[in-house]
Design a protein around this ligand. Structure first.
Ligand code: HEM
Length: 440
């Protein structure tokens, strides 16, 4: 047993363990919101459960937590300054939150632990966001189009060469994960030799977005997070000594008034890195799975390549890569005739709101020509609205068009394997065949 194990066990109990017991108890009783959070059988297909929740009204309540799949409610909560993330541990009573803060090891902080941007509220959030947003303005992302095209072309060239006369490959390992990691690594000045290890570590740490982790899951993720922090610190030190034109170098060069502490800098860097590749990989693979199931829509896109951006929004709507996010009432507030006391939580099911029939006609139908597909909340809303939304849309549209131009007959060739994660919806493996590919 390592000397840190008791401390880490207390951190787990406070952040996941107690919650896990309560959710498991609810799930055993068949209670819907607990099952949505915990039941592995709903990971594959949570959509009927969302509809059951919808049939009960705009906000469901299991006595522990509220949940909503209502587009208007999710939008209102996410945009309201009466709700926030409350430091990631908002549901815990104040003394336990204090204890958690004392025991948690800063070298293992995850994407939803403060001071991650995702886990803090204004004004602290505004301070971090302002520094990072500079790298993601619409103009800057627009200028990245050529670079994303060339990354996609290089990956497909290499894949074609490596495949030789083979026709089968894993879309996730060989393409969908590599494109986003290459693009975000460019933005953060990360050398190519580190991409593979960071992908592995990011994959192991992604589970920390989920609530109610087991002690084993928590421990595994902690090991990965520790290595990521160590790597990021060395990366920051390297760039501080020898700055480039990447985002991390810019952050190290901030003046005294804006300067981030070493932990803040690592958390910002790791969030942008992880958010940059852990989500877009799912968007690309989810798109391939949906197009495989709807070959007529794929054929239409191949004839009408200008339709790719809208198709990407339809995948974001129908198979949202981030299914749910939590908000805590920062003061007493009422939403849709439901009273929230300060400290009460609500799960906003983005994947459910994106199938709200009040906004989307025949919401369960996948239709790449849907005219209001972009009204989804797959990138959240309000102050935490995804910073990389334009980049993710660009990457996915370029990645998919280039993929099907290279392999026009691409199709799924084996059993897809879903990711274990519940907040993130995507595939661990998606075996595909290039079909009747002409070998060059
Ligand atoms: C399909 C791809 C993506 C999806 C579905 C997605 C989704 C989201 C969602 C739902 C949030 C907000 C969570 C909340 O409200 O609690 C978020 C935040 C964020 N995303 Fe993305 N994201 C994607 C790609 C990216 C990319 C490519 C980057 C970086 C380049 C990125 C960077 C961020 C950052 C930094 C935040 C935190 C923003 C804040 O707290 O102010 N995301 N993303």
């Amino acid at each position: 047993m390592s000397p840190d194990t008791p401390r880490s066990f207390v951190a787990w109990m406070l952040s996941h363990g107690i919650q896990r017991k309560l959710i498991q108890r609810g799930a055993r009783r068949g209670e819907l919101i607990s099952r949505l959070v915990m039941d592995p059988s709903l990971r594959e297909n949570p959509f009927p459960a969302y509809e059951e929740l919808r049939s009960r009204g705009p906000i469901g309540d299991n006595g522990l937590i509220r949940a909503s799949v209502d587009h208007a409610v999710c939008n209102e909560v996410l945009r309201s300054d009466a709700f926030g993330t409350a430091g990631g541990q908002g549901e815990l009573p104040a003394p336990l939150r204090w204890l958690h803060h004392r025991v948690v090891d800063p070298d293992t902080l995850g994407p939803v632990d403060p001071p991650s941007m995702l886990a803090v509220d204004p004004p602290l959030h505004t301070r971090y966001r302002k520094q990072v947003a500079r790298a993601f303005t619409a103009r800057k992302v627009g200028r990245m189009g050529d670079r994303v095209e060339s990354v996609a072309a290089d990956l497909l060239d290499r894949l074609t060469r490596e495949l030789g006369t083979d026709t089968d490959f894993d879309l996730v390992d060989r393409y969908a994960s590599l494109l986003p990691v290459t693009v975000i690594a460019d933005l953060l000045g990360v050398p190519e030799s580190d991409h593979g290890r960071l992908l592995e570590l990011g994959n192991e740490a992604a589970v920390t977005l989920d609530p109610g982790l087991s002690w084993q899951q928590f421990k595994r993720a902690e090991v990965a997070l520790r290595e990521m922090h160590c790597w990021m610190q060395a990366h920051v030190d390297r760039l501080e000594a020898n700055p480039g034109d990447d985002l991390i170098s810019q952050l190290t060069l901030l003046g005294d008034d804006d300067r981030l502490t070493p932990i803040e800098l690592r958390q910002v860097g790791l969030l942008v890195l992880g958010a940059g590749f852990e989500t877009t990989v799912n968007l690309i693979a989810n798109a391939v799975a949906m197009l495989d199931a709807h070959p007529e829509q794929l054929a239409w896109l191949q004839d009408n390549p200008d339709g790719w951006p809208n198709a990407v929004d339809e995948v974001l709507r129908h198979q949202s890569p981030v299914q749910v996010t939590l908000r805590i009432a920062l003061r007493d507030v009422e939403v849709a005739d439901t009273k929230f006391d300060k400290g009460a939580g609500i799960l906003c099911y983005l994947g459910g709101a994106n199938r709200d029939p009040a906004v989307f006609d025949d919401p369960s139908v996948f239709d790449v020509t849907r005219t209001n597909a972009d009204q989804h909340v797959a990138f959240s809303a309000g102050v935490h609205y995804c910073l990389g939304a334009s980049l993710a849309r660009l990457e996915a549209a370029v990645a998919l068009r280039a993929l099907y131009e290279t392999f026009p007959d691409l199709g799924i060739s084996g059993a897809p394997q879903r990711r274990e994660t519940r907040v993130l919806r995507g595939f661990e493996h998606l075996p595909v065949t290039t079909g009747a590919r002409v070998v060059v």
